[in-house]
Design a protein around this ligand. Structure first.
Ligand code: 3PG
Length: 308
C-alpha cells in the first residue's frame, strides 16, 4: 500500500524517519508531500495513494475525489475539524485522529505564553507570577490534564468544567470541578480553552462568559480561533483594559489587535502547539501504526467518522 504524509506544516525530520520505519516494516511504501502551495498539488499527490497522514491540512470532498484508491486518512493530532467526515463516510473512507499524542506540547506552549504575558513580554518592568493564581480549564481532555499537572508545579489553583467528564475523575487529578461554565469563568484569572471546534462550540466564547472573568484576566487559546466570537472579544477588550488574549494562531482581525491592544495580546505566527520533535514523533508514529494495523487486521480504533 502507498501511504502519503501530506503536511503543509512539515513534521520534524526525526519524526519522518520513524514514520518511514513503521510504514516500511509493515511492508508499505511512504510518500511525502510537504509545504505544498495549492490544493492542486495535494490533489495530484493523492491520485494513487491508499492511505494518508495529515496534520491541519484540509481533507475535503475535492481531495477525496482526487484519491480513488484512498481507504483511510489519519489526522496526526487531536482536532479533526479539517476533515470532512461526511465526505469520508460517503466515499467509504475511514477517518481517524491520534488523541493525546501531542497534548503535552500544547500544554507547555500554553504555559510558555502565560509566563510571557505575566512578565510583560520580558520588557524589564515588574510583572506578576503564576503561583497562587486561579486557572480555569475549559474542557478536561488530554490537554486539560497536562495543563493541570503543570499548573500544580507552578502552584496555581485549577478548576475545570467538562460536561463529558465525571467530576470524580477531575477531582482525582487534583482539580476542582465546577458545575457550570459561568462558575469556571467567574473563578478563573486565567482561562485556558481545550474544546474542539464544531457546530456547538464555534463562536461560543464571547462577551457572556469573558465578562465574568475577574480583573486582570487572561484568556489562553490553544484550541481553535474559530471558537472565539472575535467581535465580542474585541468589544470587551475595548471596555476592559485589564483583559489579555493569548492565542496559538492569530485571530482573523489580528491587525485590529495590533492597533488597539498593544501589550495585551500574543499570537503565534503559525500554529505552534504541536510543533515539537516529541509531539511530531508521537502523533506521526501513532498515525503510521494505526494505518498499518488497519491494513493488517481492519482495526478501527480511533475512528472518528460513521461507517457508510
Ligand atoms: C491538534 O488538533 O492536534 C493541534 O491543533 C495540532 O495541529 P497541527 O498538527 O496542525 O500542529
Amino acid at each position: 500500500m502507498k501511504i502519503l504524509v501530506a503536511t503543509d506544516k512539515p513534521f520534524a525530520p526525526v519524526a519522518i524517519k520513524q514514520i518511514r520505519e513503521v510504514v516500511e516494516k509493515a511492508g508499505h511504501t511512504l510518500a511525502l508531500l510537504e509545504k505544498y502551495k495549492t490544493p492542486q498539488e495535494l490533489h495530484a499527490a493523492v491520485a494513487d495513494v491508499d492511505a494518508m497522514i495529515v496534520r491541519s491540512d484540509i481533507v475535503d470532498a475535492a481531495v477525496l475525489a482526487a484519491a480513488p484508491k484512498l481507504k483511510i486518512v489519519v489526522r496526526a493530532g487531536a482536532g479533526f475539524d479539517n476533515l470532512d467526515l461526511n465526505a469520508c463516510t460517503a466515499s467509504n473512507i475511514v477517518a481517524m485522529n491520534t488523541p493525546g499524542q501531542n497534548s503535552n506540547a500544547v500544554a507547555e506552549l500554553a504555559f510558555g505564553m502565560m509566563v510571557y504575558a505575566a512578565r510583560g513580554a520580558f520588557d524589564g518592568k515588574s510583572g506578576s507570577e503564576l503561583m497562587g493564581k486561579t486557572l480555569g480549564l475549559h474542557a478536561f481532555g488530554n490537554v486539560g490534564r497536562c495543563m493541570a499537572r503543570i499548573a500544580s508545579g507552578f502552584g496555581m489553583k485549577s478548576y475545570a468544567f467538562d460536561p463529558y467528564v465525571d467530576n470524580k475523575a477531575i477531582a482525582e487529578a487534583g482539580v476542582t470541578p465546577v458545575d457550570t461554565i459561568e462558575e469556571l469563568y467567574s473563578k478563573s484569572q486565567y482561562v485556558s480553552l481545550h474544546i474542539p471546534a464544531n457546530e456547538k462550540t464555534m463562536g461560543s466564547i464571547g462577551d457572556k462568559l469573558l465578562s465574568l472573568m475577574p480583573q486582570g484576566a487572561v484568556l489562553v487559546n490553544t484550541a481553535r480561533k474559530e471558537v472565539i466570537n472575535e467581535a465580542e472579544l474585541v468589544a470587551l477588550m475595548e471596555k476592559r483594559t485589564d483583559l489579555k488574549y493569548l492565542s496559538d494562531i492569530a485571530p482573523d482581525n489580528a491587525e485590529l489587535f495590533a492597533q488597539k491592544f498593544a501589550g495585551r495580546f500574543f499570537f503565534t505566527p503559525k500554529k505552534m502547539g504541536a510543533q515539537t520533535e516529541e509531539a511530531n514523533i508521537n502523533a506521526g508514529v501513532a498515525a503510521a501504526r494505526q494505518i498499518a494495523s488497519f491494513f493488517a487486521t481492519g482495526d478501527e480504533t480511533f475512528r472518528v467518522n460513521k461507517p457508510k
